[in-house]
Write a protein that binds this ligand. Structure first.
Ligand SMILES: [Zn+2]
Length: 174
């Protein structure tokens, strides 16, 4: 696993958030393996999938990627609320990858995965609808309450710039 991000894949993008998304999605595609099975690859999900970014070609485990440049605290802002709750009810909620990158050094500094069975309604918080002045008025986002998870719900893959061995990650998953 290389921890470097490749800035050349994002040159076409102007906004920082788009660049970060492309950099980190490409990194996952090129470097990350499936923590749940012996597969050394994850595939990008077709665009337009609402809660899934990657899936394993071998065991079909779905993953959503959440990336940011600052450390993950107890509460993480996430996408629209209702599809996530529907997915939890339907049993289709994916596993969540939490990736922290260093934008100056262009490396992945921390990455952990939360298996989907920990993603229950009790850790998804509904945000207040956007106000009537907002462009996406009435839009309801969500927060993931990482602070409410048991400590063994986080399986480290990269810790403080160091890769955890694949065997350790897969053992923890099991
Ligand atoms: Zn797999």
């Amino acid at each position: 696993m290389r921890l470097e991000l490749r800035p050349e894949v994002a040159v076409a993008y102007k906004s920082l958030s788009q660049r970060a998304r492309v950099l980190t999605e490409t990194w996952v595609q090129e470097n990350l393996y499936c923590p749940a099975c012996p597969s050394d690859n994850l595939y990008s999900a077709p665009k337009g999938e609402r809660v899934i970014d990657f899936s394993c070609p071998n065991c079909d485990e779905p993953y959503q990627l959440k990336s940011q440049s600052h450390p993950f605290g107890g509460r993480v802002m996430n996408s629209v609320y209702e599809p996530k709750i529907e997915a939890i009810r339907a049993g289709t909620i994916p596993n969540f990858l939490f990736l922290q990158y260093d934008l100056r050094a262009l490396v992945v500094s921390n990455l952990f995965v939360v298996p989907k069975h920990f993603m229950s309604q009790s850790i998804i918080e509904r945000r207040r609808p956007l106000s009537e002045h907002a462009r996406r008025r009435g839009w309801v986002g969500s927060n993931i309450l990482l602070g409410n998870l048991p400590t063994d719900a986080r399986i480290p893959i990269v810790e403080d710039g160091h890769e955890v061995s694949k065997a350790t990650v897969r053992d923890s998953w099991n």
